[in-house]
Design a protein around this ligand. Structure first.
Ligand SMILES: Nc1ncnc2c1ncn2[C@@H]1O[C@H](COP(=O)(O)OP(=O)(O)OP(=O)(O)O)[C@@H](O)[C@H]1O
Ligand SMILES: Cc1ncc(C[n+]2csc(CCOP(=O)(O)O)c2C)c(N)n1
Ligand SMILES: [Mg+2]
Ligand SMILES: [Mg+2]
Ligand SMILES: [Mg+2]
Length: 333
């Protein structure tokens, strides 16, 4: 069905029906001029926004509408996770080309509802406009964090441990695969890489653990790539880093894929992006306990290096000469 058959308000009704019931913090949700939200005492609001644009962040052959809805909200939840916050309320704006079917947008909202229900997040409004070509999805998300306790990029100190969660490089490898590269990987590996790309898992529980541990000194989520995010922390904190090449956690499926396309898996890991894992620093004496608590929660936290007084992010590798890790991740311009 085309949107013009039901109109803008008909579409809003259809999409709203895909969303779950909001909790008691939503005083006024979808349907009025603005949402009214209850703010908890002792907490501060954490707010983030990101856009997903057809041709830039996705193509019809790289993602389904369902997973696009899932990922659009996941990337914003990831920014709240990086601040140590709890994602709460989202508004979603859509610029829709006229040929997109109502059913496709309903699938998009099923994906939105799936990720929102995983995190207790509620969509409380949005906006819809027609655009001639290229679907655009903009998500603004509000979260909450205990007053004065948000995790920042700026707190890393010399001697701290540098860590990263999960594995990196999978999303970029998945994207290359979806764009037709590398046919010599197993079906299991292929599925894993596609999942990394299409269904990132924002690390909210880990963010909360880091925020409450008292030993995490900085945090960032990986959207543009590990290299870029490490440099952001180093710059914001006025420090440098030494990163051990062999310690960077790369999934075996990424190694297989890289070998099939004759590329260095490290390039996917450092410069690929869209992993939506957390990278950060922690006081060295607190890190082992942090790592253990994370493991108990089923989350892997890997020590990949140390913070140094000397500026610059360096990649060390056995006896080889260290090389500078440039901040050359994904960049729009
Ligand atoms: N148009 C803008 N106006 C004002 N501030 C902006 C604008 N675009 C980005 N910023 C701010 O610049 C900072 C860096 O933005 P950036 O988008 O790189 O962060 P991110 O969302 O963590 O990364 P990514 O977009 O790769 O997910 C953020 O504080 C962001 O709010
Ligand atoms: C079709 C297609 N081409 C390229 C990419 C890769 N890509 C796009 S934006 C981005 C960084 C994060 O975005 P932002 O900085 O806007 O948050 C990356 C790694 C993709 N996902 N799809
Ligand atoms: Mg952004
Ligand atoms: Mg971010
Ligand atoms: Mg972001």
């Amino acid at each position: 069905m085309f949107i013009k058959e039901i109109g803008e308000f008909g579409l809003i009704d259809r999409l709203a029906r895909k969303l779950g019931q909001p909790d008691e913090s939503v005083i006024v949700g979808i349907g009025d001029d603005a949402a009214v939200l209850q703010v908890k005492e002792g907490y501060q609001v954490v707010m983030t926004t990101d856009m997903l644009v057809e041709g830039v962040h996705f193509l019809p052959q790289t993602i389904s509408f369902h997973n696009l809805g899932f990922k659009s909200v996941a990337v914003s939840i990831s920014d709240i996770a990086a601040m140590g916050g709890i994602p709460k309320h989202a508004v979603i704006s859509l610029a829709i080309p006229p040929m997109v079917h109502v059913e496709s947008l309903e699938s998009l909202y099923e994906g939105v509802a799936e990720i929102c229900s995983q995190h207790g997040t509620h969509v409380v409004g949005g906006d819809i406009v027609k655009i001639q070509e290229r679907l655009v999805i903009s998500v603004t998300l509000l979260g909450e964090v205990e007053t004065g306790r948000a995790l920042l990029r700026s707190g890393a100190k010399p001697g701290d441990v540098v860590f990263v969660s999960g594995t990196v490089g999978g999303s970029a490898a998945g994207l290359s695969l979806l764009q037709g590269e590398g046919d010599r990987v197993s079906v299991t590996e292929r599925d894993k890489l596609i999942e990394f790309h299409q269904r990132p898992e924002p690390q909210v529980l880990l963010g909360r653990l880091l925020q409450q541990s008292g030993s995490c000194t900085s945090c960032n989520d990986i959207s543009d790539g590990l290299a870029s995010e490490l440099n952001e922390i180093a710059q914001a904190s006025g420090v440098g880093m030494e990163i051990d090449r062999l310690a960077i956690p790369i999934h075996s499926a990424v190694r297989s894929f890289a070998s099939a396309v004759q590329k260095d898996p490290l390039d996917f890991a450092l410069f690929g992006g869209e992993d939506y894992q957390l990278v950060g620093t922690a006081r060295a004496d607190g890190f082992p306990a942090l790592q253990m608590r994370a493991r108990e929660m089923g989350i892997s936290l890997t020590r990949i290096g140390i913070v140094t007084k000397e500026k610059g992010v360096w990649l060390t590798s056995g006896g080889q000469e260290p090389r500078l890790i440039e901040a050359k991740g994904y960049c729009h311009f």
